[in-house]
Design a protein around this ligand. Structure first.
Ligand SMILES: [Ca+2]
Length: 408
């Protein structure tokens, strides 16, 4: 009898603990009926207006209606460079945007997009139209920098302002497979990096400033002073934890492992010597000054026994999200949310000192699986899933299916 009580008590305790720490979440369609084309980013203007902006790969930024449940939401276009055709290949396009922290006063925002001949990434500043707060001044472009992208894939593109007011940009290793030019470990170019610039300053003839406290600033040996962290393959979405200031980046792996990293100043994240916690090349050294990820997951069950986190779900291309700081799902607070583009699974991890303390699958899509192009965060810290719906005929998602993470 006693042992039976003990057993019931223990299983109850385990069950309650698990639920309290990482809950399952549901997905609720919002802005139903709004046509979005490959939405890749969602960001609130930091001006108190509550306006949510959604970036589309084809070249537009739209303002989402304030009423998420509106039956016939109106498509309001804030910005549009689609005539420049940034989206030629799958991983090219208008890939990132970020509002200046003082947007309310200066109306400035930044975009990251692809151009051809030569194939390259462009980081530019634009300003809101003086007469219309819901329109960008399309003639206001100030190009901050351009850098070559040798191939159509791994073009990075996520940009976020840090709590320090500096702009952090993830570039991708430039593409193909294996990082054939060893860009990510090469400190003389901007590929395979997260770099950090000061949009309000100028260094020499540059259209931006290189902060003096960047880890490689001021060297005369060709090292790029913009670099904040390196050894990254293709960071697909990164974000600052609004509570702690931690910078989280999800790095897409090659054939075996997907990984989540906590980015630190000057850190080498291993690529293309390492793929996640593992040697990438046969002749990779066993030890080095790289920083291991917080968590990894495998592409398939065949390598599960080598996975540092057995029991984690599978996937083939990670999409990074946010540390949840909202109100709607209290039990999720403080966990970093991420997902897999292909399998559509949504995961969460908690960490201490860069080591995962708890992880799990918090949502498994049933029926139609939406590929996870990105996550988004609103002013209240609530999270959204931006699905990529395959519709090759029209390249459009007919259903308007941004999804909000809610209590299941
Ligand atoms: Ca790595």
């Amino acid at each position: 009898m006693q042992s039976r009580f003990f057993s019931v008590g223990l299983s109850l305790a385990i069950g309650l603990t698990a639920v309290a720490e990482l809950p399952k979440v549901g997905l609720k369609p919002v802005w139903k009926g709004l046509e979005t084309t490959r939405p890749l980013w969602l960001e609130t203007a930091p001006d108190g207006s509550g306006r949510l902006f959604c970036l589309e790969q084809g070249g537009a930024i739209i303002i989402l209606p304030s009423d998420k449940s509106a039956a016939q939401p109106k498509r309001e276009v804030f910005f549009d460079i689609s005539e420049r055709k940034p989206w030629r290949e799958n991983e090219e396009g208008l890939l990132g945007m970020a509002f200046h922290p003082k947007f309310a006063a200066n109306g400035k925002f930044y975009v990251y997009y692809s151009q051809q001949k030569p194939k390259r990434s462009v980081v530019s500043e634009f300003t809101v139209a003086k007469a219309h707060p819901n329109r960008a001044d399309m003639k206001s472009e100030r190009v901050l920098l351009e850098f070559p992208q040798p191939y159509w894939n791994h073009n990075g593109g996520v940009m976020v302002f840090g709590p320090d007011g500096k702009l952090y940009v993830a570039s991708g290793d430039g593409g193909k497979a294996n990082d054939p030019h060893d860009n990510a470990q090469n400190l003389t170019n901007l590929l395979g990096k997260i770099f950090r610039i000061d949009v309000d300053a100028r260094t020499g003839k540059l259209a931006y400033g290189i902060p003096a406290d960047n880890p490689f600033a001021g060297r005369s040996d060709g090292t790029r002073g913009e670099i904040w962290a390196y050894g990254l393959r293709n960071v697909w979405r990164m974000s600052f934890d609004r509570a702690t200031g931690d910078l989280w980046a999800a790095d897409v792996g090659q054939n075996k492992w997907e990984e989540v990293n906590l980015i630190t100043r000057g850190g080498n994240y291993g690529w293309n010597i390492r793929e996640s916690f593992h040697k990438f090349k046969e002749d990779s050294p066993a030890k080095g000054d790289w920083i291991d990820p917080v968590i990894e997951y495998a592409h398939h069950a065949g390598i599960e026994k080598e996975c540092k986190f057995p029991g984690h779900g599978y996937g083939v291309s990670i999409t990074g999200g946010y540390v949840y700081r909202g109100e709607a799902i209290p039990k999720l607070r403080g966990a970093y949310i991420y997902g897999d583009f292909t399998t559509g699974l949504i995961f969460a991890v908690r960490q201490k000192d860069g080591k995962a303390t708890e992880h799990g699958t918090i949502h498994q899509q049933t029926g139609k699986v939406y590929q996870i192009a990105s996550f988004g965060e609103d002013a209240a810290g609530e999270l959204y899933l931006l699905p990529l719906v395959a519709n090759p005929a029209t390249k459009r998602d007919p259903a308007g299916s941004i999804l909000q993470l809610v209590v299941e």
